[in-house]
Write a protein that binds this ligand. Structure first.
Ligand code: SF4
Ligand code: FES
Length: 363
């Protein structure tokens, strides 16, 4: 029998072509190519069905809709919920329009989000922090009063700080898809929308802790870990245990010899690989509870990797030194080093500079 080849669509993102199956979204196609072309995401979360379409962080330009109809799409589209067409050409980082629009999305997400990173437990692993560093501007045009909320205890292990929430709905999908009875959700609409538990009911089920891992900001935090440490001072280690409820594959976060936090392991997009149960997350805080596999791989660019490399790893490679030597002029300055102001004032250079200044202001 003749082999039937599956139909594949050719898509180009920022000049790089990739083949994907029909039904794939632009975001998934871009991720298949790699992080150099993949749009940022604040609400889309691949392991959770139905996520995406809430934050607009992933806007891209479709410069050609398909091979059959190569007209561009009239507006920027959310790449996480837009399926690809055969012959589609997408511009992400290469489009000045997208770069400009993303600045506005950052500004929008920061309208109500407090800039309390110095005291926020999520600092160093916050997606909004990364998103604004990479795509935002340092100013805002917002002049209205910002929304603020009291901190709320939702369940024995989780604290909600709604002021930081960006309404991505990830925690709602997590509760819907991992547990039997979701008791929290988004109440209200528009400027009044907020995450809360239904009539004060607490989130209390075996997998509730996963909402902490999926929250892109510091709105949902682990009460057993809050204010214990800055994440870049702790050392992540991969470990596993025999667990009846979940895979038991976790990441232990050490401060010295003490396990100060247990989380699920995440992939290169910052998404949980396997959700873990509350017993693993909150109750096994001793090294003897785990089989240690070794240090977790942390992206070199992440602040979490700071101070964790041995000296020989950060030594500048030979080729870089040679290149610097060949491309930069050697500074030939034999003048004596003088730091006394009275001495500096006597020098000819100083006098010339002062004269130039005077002439300039006279004009
Ligand atoms: S609490 Fe966190 S995960 Fe839930 S909607 Fe807000 S930002 Fe998203
Ligand atoms: S990641 Fe696409 S809209 Fe939020």
């Amino acid at each position: 029998m003749e082999d039937i080849k599956p139909i594949m669509f050719k898509v180009t993102v920022d000049g790089v072509e990739v083949e994907v199956a029909p039904g794939t979204t632009i975001m998934q196609a871009a991720r298949k190519i790699g992080p150099e072309v993949a749009p940022p995401a604040m609400c889309y979360y691949e392991p959770l069905k139905g996520t995406g379409g809430k934050c607009r962080a992933c806007l891209v330009k479709v410069a050609a809709g398909s091979a059959k109809d190569p007209r561009p799409m009239p507006k920027l589209v959310a790449s996480c919920i837009t399926p690809v067409q055969d012959g589609m050409i997408v511009e992400n980082f290469t489009s000045p329009q997208v770069v400009e629009a993303r600045k506005a999305v950052v500004e929008f997400l920061l309208l109500n989000h407090p800039l309390d990173c110095p005291v926020c437990d999520q600092a160093g692993e916050c997606h909004l922090q990364d998103f604004s560093y990479e795509n935002g501007v340092g100013t805002t045009r917002y002049e209205e009063e910002r929304r603020t909320f009291e901190k709320e205890d939702i369940g024995p292990y989780i604290q909600l700080h709604m002021t930081r929430c960006v309404l991505c709905y990830r925690c709602v999908y997590t509760a819907d898809q991992l547990t039997d009875g979701r008791v929290h959700g988004v109440m209200g609409r528009g400027d009044h929308a907020e995450i809360s538990t239904y009539i004060g009911r607490a989130i209390d089920n075996d997998f509730s802790g996963n909402v902490i891992d999926v929250c892109p900001v510091g709105a949902l935090t682990d009460k057993t870990y809050r204010f214990k440490n800055r994440v870049w001072f702790s050392k992540p280690v991969d470990a596993h245990c025999d667990c009846e409820k979940c895979s038991g594959n976790v990441q232990l976060w050490y401060r010295g010899d003490e396990v100060i936090r247990v989380t699920a392991r995440k992939n290169e997009w910052g998404e949980v690989k396997e959700f873990i149960c509350n017993a693993c997350r909150f109750e096994k805080k001793k090294t003897s509870d785990w089989v240690i596999e070794g240090p977790s791989k942390v992206k070199r660019a992440s602040v979490i990797s700071a101070n964790k490399y041995a000296g020989n790893l950060i030594k500048k490679p030979d080729f870089a030194l040679k290149l610097a030597e060949s491309q930069y002029k050697k500074i030939d300055d034999t003048r004596p080093f003088v730091s006394e102001m009275s001495e500096i004032k006597k020098s000819e250079d100083y006098k010339t500079l002062m004269q130039q200044n005077e002439n300039y202001f006279k004009k």
